[in-house]
Structure formats: structure tokens, C-alpha cells
Design a protein around this ligand. Structure first.
Ligand SMILES: C[S@@+](CC[C@H](N)C(=O)[O-])C[C@H]1O[C@@H](n2cnc3c(N)ncnc32)[C@H](O)[C@@H]1O
Length: 229
């Protein structure tokens, strides 16, 4: 009986944790997580794994910033970002799945969040961002990048919409089946022309901060061969 129980546990672990990681890593399997997971993502347990305050500190968010919560999901971090940027700041909460945005909308209508007036919900895709060039200060991507099939295209879109000197903060948590190592994230963002600023946190959960390079003497950074190291 005990042996069967152990095999069931091992089977469940392989099915839920090992198999998806192999698919993501070796078969470039990338698709949005089902919207039914919204309540799990936006739970206190999840926030213990990835505390919002840590995401905010590590991202370098400041009051008054225009921030994009890219792949906001059910809004686990969106309300925290909105409060941190304050009245003069703005948060765009963008997701490809309307059902995720519905959950965020419902969250914002709760009495405890009615004071928040600086969030705009946007249903769109990471590889076609509905923002003007150089219009944002900070883009936060929490547990999102690996769900996007064409990551380079999405990262280049992020670079386009950031101001020169603007920040891309990518956060990952090991418990996520789409988790990629810090070094892989750094390589991917480097490929899109970002400059590595800081890598913070350990293997369990980390944030890597990148900068969109500034033009020097009018020469576009894309022509200067700057890369992450
Ligand atoms: C694992 S969830 C994380 C949600 C939220 N950032 C969090 O940490 O709780 C990933 C989210 O990214 C969204 N997503 C996946 N691919 C996307 C894309 N190409 N464009 C925009 N959002 C996308 C999914 O719909 C999902 O809501």
C-alpha cells in the first residue's frame, strides 16, 4: 500500500513539475497559463513565495512612474504597483486573456481597492504593445516571459515602448513550471539589446533588472553592439 502511495506521489510530481519543464526547455512549449489558475496566482500563499514588496524594491519602481504590468494575470501584483507609483503614477495592466482581466476587474471593484484610480486594463499581446515609442518608465514581467512563444519579438516590443534609460524587470519563481534560470533570462534580454543592470535574489525567486540603452551623440544603441555581459 505504501509503495503504491509513493509511486502515485512520484508520478504526480513528474507529471506536474518535471514533464512541463522538459516541454518548455527542449520543445519550446509556450502558452498562457489557464485563467482558472487566477485565484491560485492571486493568493496569499503565492505572495509568500514572491512577496510584492520584493518585486517592487528589486524593480527600482519610483513614485510617479508609468509602469506596464505585462502579463498581469488576475492582478497579483497590480494593486501593489499602483499604490507604489502613487497618485502621479500610472499602471497599465495588460494581459492576452480577457478572463484574467475580468478577475482583476472584479478585484478592483472590492471595497478595499476602490481608492485605486490609476490602473488601466488592456487586453493585448506582448508582441504588439499598444503604446507609443519611448512612453513608459518601467515594464514588470512576473512569471510571464516563458509563456510567450516569440520571446525575442516581445522583448524588442518592450524595448520599443520604454523610454531610453527605462527599466525592464523580469521576475521568476522556481515553483513556476515555466521557470528559467537567471542566466537564461539574462541571455534572452541581452539578445533583444537590453543592458544588464542588476540581478537580485536567489534560485528560489529572483528579479533581473535591465536598462534600455540611451542613444549617445544621437547614435542609436542598437548600432553600438551593446550587449548583456
Ligand atoms: C503565470 S501568469 C502570471 C500572472 C502575473 N504576472 C502573476 O505573477 O501573478 C502569466 C500571465 O501572462 C499572460 N500572458 C501569456 N502570454 C502572453 C502574451 N503573449 N501577451 C500578454 N500576456 C500574456 C497569461 O495570460 C497570464 O495571465
Amino acid at each position: 500500500m505504501l509503495t503504491i502511495f509513493l509511486w502515485v506521489i512520484i508520478g504526480l510530481f513528474v507529471f506536474s513539475q518535471v514533464l512541463p519543464r522538459i516541454l518548455v526547455k527542449y520543445f519550446n512549449y509556450a502558452r498562457p497559463v489557464a485563467a482558472v489558475t487566477g485565484p491560485i496566482l492571486d493568493s496569499d500563499f503565492r505572495r509568500r513565495l514572491q512577496p510584492p514588496q520584493k518585486i517592487i524594491e528589486r524593480s527600482g519602481l519610483k513614485e510617479g512612474m508609468k509602469v506596464l504590468d505585462l502579463g498581469c494575470g488576475s492582478g497579483t501584483f497590480t494593486t501593489f504597483l499602483a499604490r507604489a507609483v502613487g497618485d502621479k503614477g500610472w499602471v497599465y495592466a495588460l494581459d492576452i486573456q480577457p478572463d484574467m482581466l475580468k478577475q482583476l476587474q472584479e478585484k478592483l471593484s472590492r471595497p478595499e481597492n476602490r481608492d485605486i484610480k490609476n490602473i488601466e486594463l488592456i487586453n493585448s499581446s506582448a508582441d504588439e504593445l499598444p503604446f507609443a515609442d519611448g512612453s513608459l518608465d518601467l515594464v514588470c514581467m512576473v512569471s510571464v516571459l516563458q509563456e510567450i512563444p516569440d520571446r525575442q519579438k516581445a522583448l524588442k516590443e518592450v524595448k520599443r515602448v520604454l523610454k531610453p534609460g527605462g527599466v525592464l524587470a523580469i521576475s521568476e519563481v522556481l515553483a513556476d513550471i515555466d521557470y528559467f534560470l537567471k542566466s537564461t533570462t539574462i541571455k534572452m534580454a541581452g539578445g533583444a539589446g537590453f543592458i544588464l543592470d542588476k540581478a537580485l535574489g536567489g534560485i528560489w525567486n529572483y528579479t533581473v533588472r535591465f536598462i534600455k540603452p540611451q542613444p549617445i551623440f544621437g547614435i542609436s544603441p542598437d548600432n553600438r553592439g551593446l550587449k548583456c555581459t
